[in-house]
Ligand binder design. Structure first.
Ligand code: GRE
Ligand code: ZN
Length: 321
C-alpha cells in the first residue's frame, strides 16, 4: 500500500543515543546507532522503498525520562526537540514530530509541549513511561495529582500523548532476576506500560478529561486481550476512581499502533476491542525494520477499506495531516 503514515519511529541525538545500546545484541549496535542518528538518508530510503509517505518521529527510550536531574532533563528535551524541528524543516512533506517532554517538572512539560506544538507544529508528545525525579531510585507515574494540569493542557491543545514503553525500574525487577532477556521489549516493556495505562484509567483521568487521546504501541501492550477481565475482576477496596468499565476508555480515549507487533492475532484483538478506526500502522524503526512491518501489513487478509484506514486515514485525521 502506498501513502502509509507511521508514528512510532525513533531517532536519537548524540546525548541520548547510548540509552538504546542495552536493547540490542552488541554486534548490532553500530548499525542501530547510525540509523538512530540518521534522518534524511537511510530512513528516507526505507520510507520510499516501503510506501511510507509520512513518518512522525520521536526521541529514543528512555532518554529524558531516565534523567533524574530536572535541569538536565529540561535542557536535553529542548535540544532534542530543536534538532528534530530542524530535520523536519528540511523535508516537511515527509517528516513530522512528537515532542520529548521533561515530565520531571510538570510546568516545564506543559511549556515545552506548548512551544513545540505552536512554534514547530509538532503533532503531540511521546513520553517513555514513568519519570525518575531528583533521585535515581524514583518512579513517578502520570496519574499522580501533580500531572492533572499537564493533562488539562494536552486536552486543550487537542494533541495526542503517546505513552511509549520503558523497562520496569531497577527496584521492581525481582521477578526478572536471572532472566534479563525478559526485561526489555520482549516482555517488561509491555507489562510496565500496561500498568501505567491502567493507573491512568483507574485514577479517573478520562472522566475528568474525556477528550484526552492516548496512543499505545505494540498493538496495545497486551491490554486489548485482557481489558474486560481487568474491569470484571476488580474486588478490592478502595477500587478505581473511574466511572466506566476500562474497555470504554480503550474505545473512547485510546489508539493503538502496530509498532513491533506484526501478527494477526493481536491485531484482531485490537480490532475487536477498539475497532479499526482506532488502529494505526507503525513499524518502530530502527528497532524494527520498516520492510518487515510494511511487508506484513501490505499483505495481511483484512478488508481494503480497513487497510486504508489503519495504514493512512486514521492517522491523517487524528494528526490533521
Ligand atoms: C522501542 O523504542 O520500542 C524499542 C526500544 C528498544 C528496543 C526495542 C524497541 O527502545 O522496540
Ligand atoms: Zn518504540
Amino acid at each position: 500500500m502506498n501513502g502509509k503514515i507511521c508514528l512510532e519511529e525513533h531517532f536519537a541525538i548524540p546525548d541520548t543515543v547510548e540509552f538504546s545500546k542495552r536493547f540490542c545484541f552488541p554486534k548490532g549496535w553500530e548499525v542501530l546507532k547510525k540509523n538512530l542518528l540518521d534522518i534524511q538518508q537511510q530512513r528516507l530510503a526505507e520510507m520510499d522503498k516501503n510506501g511510507i509517505e509520512v513518518m512522525i518521529i520521536s526521541l529514543n527510550a528512555p532518554a529524558i525520562q531516565a534523567i533524574p536531574d530536572r535541569k538536565l532533563a529540561i535542557e536535553l528535551s529542548k535540544r532534542a526537540n530543536d534538532m528534530l524541528a530542524e530535520e523536519i524543516a528540511k523535508n516537511p512533506k515527509r517528516f513530522a514530530g512528537f515532542a520529548a517532554l521533561p515530565m520531571q517538572d510538570p510546568d516545564e512539560a506543559i511549556a515545552e509541549l506548548q512551544r513545540t506544538v505552536k512554534d514547530y507544529g509538532f503533532k503531540g508528545a511521546l513520553v517513555n513511561g514513568f519519570t525518575q525525579v531528583d533521585v535515581e531510585d524514583s518512579i513517578v507515574y502520570y496519574d499522580l495529582p501533580q500531572y492533572r494540569p499537564f493533562w488539562a493542557e494536552v486536552e486543550k491543545l487537542d494533541v495526542p500523548f503517546y505513552l511509549h514503553p520503558r523497562c520496569p525500574a531497577d527496584s521492581q525487577q525481582r521477578a526478572y532476576e536471572g532472566h534479563p532477556w525478559l526485561l526489555g521489549s520482549s516482555w517488561g516493556f509491555s507489562v510496565e506500560t500496561a500498568i501505567h495505562t491502567l493507573r491512568l484509567m483507574g485514577s479517573g483521568l478520562f472522566d475528568e478529561h474525556p477528550k484526552l487521546t492516548v496512543i499505545l504501541g505494540h498493538l496495545g501492550e497486551m491490554l486489548p486481550a485482557n481489558i474486560w477481565r481487568t474491569s470484571h475482576r476488580i474486588t478490592k477496596e478502595p477500587g478505581p476512581k473511574s466511572k466506566l468499565p476500562f474497555s470504554d476508555y480503550l474505545q473512547n480515549n485510546f489508539y493503538v499502533t502496530t509498532s513491533g507487533n506484526f501478527r494477526m492475532a493481536p491485531l484482531m484483538n485490537a480490532m475487536m476491542e477498539l475497532g479499526s478506526d482506532r488502529i494505526m500502522f507503525s513499524s518502530d524503526y530502527p528497532f524494527e525494520q520498516v520492510t518487515h512491518a510494511a511487508n506484513w501489513f501490505d499483505t495481511i487478509e483484512i478488508g481494503e477499506s480497513e487497510r486504508r484506514k489503519i495504514g493512512r486515514l486514521n492517522a491523517k485525521k487524528l494528526f490533521k495531516l
